[in-house]
Design a protein around this ligand. Structure first.
Ligand code: URA
Length: 433
């Protein structure tokens, strides 16, 4: 077997055998297959696709290419969630303590943000003292004791995917459903949870722009997980506008606390309840209706907020922020952006708003950039609102006031006004089981 033959076979649209995929992943991981051949193969996959069997095999071999976490000591109680990435997506900060407050075990690895979407680890690190690097013993002990621990992803999780992703990024081969599905699921499988709920975002701020593409990706990932013995479900949700009102690390933690206190954005609350209910339902084998009643009670009774505070304290963070969000701090420079004209706000391009937040210091353009934890945007209006010229649209936050001009221009370019109200889209398009 040679890489040349694999490229040629895929170029002709043939399916690879399990042994061929094992050979490929081994060669990617140990560096014996040169980048130019991997790149040619990636382009052939992009153009000819992979069937469900090949995609599952690629995922399983990539998951096994580096470290994996064995959570079997927790039996079948471990649950995980994954979002394909969105602007203002702070759902993990809410959903993780919510399901843990009902006895599910959340032993989670999360990533850092790059580009216009933020990472959960960056958000957590905006809480004073919060430690995202725990030793394996401390991680397991904390999950055992309080049912929740969230740490940064280890450097050696699915290294074959890391290599492939870097090449995809520079060879225009990112947007292939089998490649995205295997990339995401290889890391989820290596992270070890028994039940996994995926939040597949579609819209202007997401990888997948249409409902059809999002549902196809969701189905591919659910199939992969199930073929590897995991309980799976996926929600396909709207990312045409940011989720909730806050974009930026400390601002998003503050908004997560609002939801845990029973306040805040109804859309964010709805998505969090849906994600948590589906996690509890598949983990416990109960109906989604029963799970919805349980998660709603846990949120409204303050049980989830108490678990949040316990979790933050366990990882060394200042848990008093749960009672007093002002302790998260505030950026020294604020600027209010006002509506330039009268009319309905008909669209808020999530990706552009994410970029505006990044320009204020909330995100990284390159891996080496240092994040300003207090930077970001707090929206004052949302799609469908009728505004007069001069009404507040948002408040920009930054520690460097020279960043306002570019961020304000980027933010305003994301807004669309019209004399007619917009058509409302659902928040959750479908649930793929
Ligand atoms: N996230 C990933 O981890 N991989 C992809 O291919 C796309 C999004």
């Amino acid at each position: 077997m040679t890489m040349y033959e694999l490229i040629q076979a895929k170029r002709h649209g043939e399916a690879h055998s399990d042994d061929e995929i094992a050979y490929l992943v081994r060669g990617i991981t140990d560096g014996s297959i040169p980048d130019y051949q991997i790149s040619a193969w990636l382009m052939a996959v992009c153009l000819r696709g992979m069937d469900a069997h090949e995609t599952a095999a690629l995922t399983a071999h990539m998951a096994a290419s580096g470290d994996s976490i064995d959570l079997s000591i927790f039996g079948t109680s471990t649950v995980d969630k994954h979002s394909t990435g969105g602007v203002g997506d702070k759902t993990t900060l809410i959903v993780a303590p919510l399901v843990a407050s009902l006895g599910c075990k959340v032993a989670k690895m999360s990533g850092r943000g790059l580009g216009h979407t933020g990472g959960t680890v960056d958000k957590l690190e905006s809480i004073s003292g919060f430690e995202t690097a725990l030793s394996p013993d401390a991680f397991f002990h904390q999950v055992e004791q309080i049912g929740i621990a969230v740490v940064g992803q280890t450097g050696n999780l699915a290294p074959a995917d890391k290599k492939l992703y870097a090449l995809r990024d520079v060879t225009a081969t990112i947007d292939s459903i089998p490649l995205i599905a295997s990339s995401i699921m290889s890391k989820k499988l290596a992270a070890g949870a028994h039940a996994i709920v995926l939040d597949v975002k579609i819209g202007s701020g997401a990888f997948m722009k249409t409902r059809e593409e999002g549902e196809a990706l969701a189905r591919a990932m659910v199939e992969i997980g199930r073929s590897c013995g995991r309980k799976m479900r996926a929600l396909v949700t709207n990312m045409d506008l940011p989720l909730g009102y806050a974009i930026g690390n400390a601002l998003e933690v503050a908004e997560a606390i609002e939801i845990l206190r029973g306040e805040g954005s109804p859309a964010l609350r709805e998505i969090c309840l849906a994600l948590a209910a589906n996690m509890v339902a598949i983990s416990r084998d109960i109906s989604t209706e029963e799970a919805t009643a349980q998660v709603t009670e846990a949120l409204d009774s303050g049980r989830a907020l108490a678990k949040f505070a316990e979790w933050i304290a366990a990882q060394g963070g200042d848990a008093s922020c749960a009672e007093e969000p002002a302790r998260l701090g505030q950026a020294p420079f604020l600027r209010t952006i006002c509506a330039p004209c009268e009319g309905y706000l008909t669209a808020m391009d999530a990706e552009r708003i994410g970029r505006a937040a990044m320009l204020l210091g909330a995100g990284r353009a390159t891996k080496e950039d240092i994040i300003d934890p207090l930077a970001g945007i707090r929206l004052c209006a949302t799609v469908g609102d009728k505004l007069c010229a001069g009404d507040a649209l948002a408040v920009l936050h930054t520690s460097d006031e020279t960043k306002f001009a570019a961020a304000e221009a980027a933010f305003l370019s994301a807004m669309t006004f019209d004399a007619q109200p917009p058509k409302t889209l659902p928040l959750i398009f479908s649930v793929i089981e």
